[in-house]
Design a protein around this ligand. Structure first.
Ligand SMILES: [Ca+2]
Ligand SMILES: [Ca+2]
Ligand SMILES: [Ca+2]
Ligand SMILES: [Ca+2]
Length: 511
């Protein structure tokens, strides 16, 4: 507690004790009456000041939390912080109250409230002036952990040998069972029967043991991050957006039929903590059926199977755009996995790997394409050991706990490791504990045994302590390593990673 004028209790107590030691009880009582009354008065005042300072602290806390989510827009953060302070009784400029709002880091906001005229019951009657109380609070917000790619492309599989990701983005049809690896877009669980006639419709209300309750109406979401210092218009391209099981690769066919997929872009906005309010870009919401034509004139990474789904022009704002990809609810005419890739490429760049692909860890003007919350992928590499980018964990998370969900991981393989970055291009196995939805658990260990397809249809939740975590400046990306013994790595799976803790919270600051 910070009070500018604190009463001197010690002196009063000393005085009292000294007089009691004198031994003249009655006389002393009379003498004591005044200081005793003063003491009572002061303790009432101190209690009042304490309550007041708590009120001011609460107002500062509320203001910092309300304002921080508007950063980097400081004027807006100020407006919302001051409104929250006002709602809590402290209006800037009224009764001399001062509410100062400052940005102290990228996503940190400090609010200081000073009330210069806190009155008192007794102190002021003795001629004491009103005291000034000042309290401050600092809030920060932490964005979701970027998933899957540190670059301007994601899930390009084997399209370019120089940038082999050996990973396709993937989304299954409605009428599939999640046991095949799609945690959030397969509508069924425990109903692996893909013939058109036997796949229940949504209106038939599948019995609970057949329904995947984790199905998400909004499908999967990606972020397209447009840097402030971009050098031109940026095209968002998708490779093989449609599902064409007759062609098979890269799509996976389980039961023939046509399918519809919806892509939709949403503007970057001032509230990065929530995506629910990002305005849709109506011209960037294509629908893909098996017969949808590719965009003509694009011959990129050795293929013409591309569609341009959006151009983010330089007159549109920088920031994080949201790209939503979902299957068609209740479409039961086929079953399989629709594989695709995403690239955010400068419009003026040539359609070559060297000209169009970049890594945001080393090139500041490079747009980023990464997954949000969960990535649904088809991992496929023609060797027995494969490393895939999993999640970017910056030092803001040091001391917390990272949680990784691997759904339906590693059938046919031997083991999986989680690797933390140690340098620009080096990683080391991390120790973790794990718990599976099948009831088994283990660790601490540096290797998850996945032999005998033991986690088919199960979620393995991995917990990693980030105590003392200090990533290299040029690489904060963690990887997941698959080891398949003699065979080649292949897995249709869904991965998530997050750090435990509130996205918006108050932090302790040294005064
Ligand atoms: Ca499986
Ligand atoms: Ca496809
Ligand atoms: Ca928003
Ligand atoms: Ca799998």
């Amino acid at each position: 507690m910070k009070l500018s004028h604190q009463p001197d209790h010690r002196r009063l107590l000393t005085t009292e004790r000294a007089r009691r030691e004198g031994g003249y009880v009655m006389a002393t009582f009379g003498l004591l009456l005044v200081p005793l009354l003063l003491m009572v008065g002061f303790s009432v005042d101190v209690g009042g000041w304490y309550n007041k300072s708590q009120d001011i602290q609460r107002a500062a806390d509320a203001a910092a939390l309300a304002g921080v989510v508007w950063l980097p827009d400081l004027p807006k953060a100020e407006t919302y912080a001051r409104e929250a302070a006002k709602r809590n009784g402290y209006e800037n400029g009224t009764n001399g109250v001062i509410v100062t709002v400052e940005q102290v880091a990228d996503r940190r906001l400090r609010v200081t409230i000073t009330d210069p005229s806190v009155g008192s019951a007794f102190y002021s009657k003795l001629g004491g002036r009103n005291i000034s109380i000042k309290r401050r609070a600092t809030a920060e917000y932490v964005l979701p952990v970027p998933l899957g790619s540190p670059r301007n492309f994601f899930g390009t599989g084997t399209l370019d040998s120089g940038y082999d990701e050996n990973l396709w983005l993937s989304i299954n049809t409605w009428c599939t069972d999640k046991v095949d690896g799609d945690r959030y877009q397969s509508r069924y669980s425990g109903n692996r029967n893909y013939s058109n006639s036997s796949c229940p419709s949504a209106s038939q209300a599948p019995t609970s043991n057949k329904r995947n309750d984790e199905y998400r109406e909004n499908g999967y979401e990606f972020y397209i991050e447009v840097p402030e210092n971009r050098t031109g218009n940026i095209d968002v391209l998708v490779y093989d957006a449609k599902y064409q099981p007759s062609r098979r690769l890269p799509d996976l066919n389980l039961y023939s039929g046509s399918q519809t997929y919806y892509f939709a872009m949403f503007m970057a906005d001032d509230t990065p903590v929530s995506d629910a309010d990002n305005p849709p870009i109506l011209t960037c919401a294509p629908k893909f059926l098996s017969g949808t034509a590719f965009t003509s004139g694009i011959n990129f990474l050795g293929t013409t199977r591309w569609n341009k789904i959006c151009t983010i022009t330089t007159s549109m704002r920088a920031g994080r755009y949201v790209l939503r990809v979902k299957n068609n609810s209740d479409e039961r005419s086929g079953a399989g996995a629709n594989n695709f890739s995403l690239v955010a490429k400068y419009s003026s760049a040539p359609y070559t790997a060297a000209g169009a692909l970049c890594d945001a860890r080393t090139v500041s003007t490079c747009p980023k394409v990464y997954g949000k919350d969960a990535i649904s992928v088809f991992a496929s590499e023609p060797s027995s050991t494969a490393d895939f980018y999993l999640a970017e964990i910056s030092e803001v998370h040091t001391g917390k706990t990272m949680i990784i969900d691997l759904f339906d991981p590693g059938e046919g393989g031997n083991s999986i490791q989680i690797r933390r970055p140690t340098g620009a291009n080096s990683w080391t196995n991390s120790s973790f504990t794990w718990e599976s939805s099948d009831g088994t658990s283990g660790g601490p260990t540096t290797s998850l045994d996945v032999t005998n397809s033991r986690f088919n249809g199960e979620t393995v939740q991995i917990a990693i302590s980030l105590a003392g975590y200090n990533p290299p400046a040029n690489n904060k990306w963690w990887q997941v390593r698959y080891q398949f013994g003699s065979g080649t790595v292949t897995d249709r799976t869904t991965w998530s990673a997050r750090v435990v803790g509130d996205p918006v919270h108050l932090i302790e600051e040294d005064s």
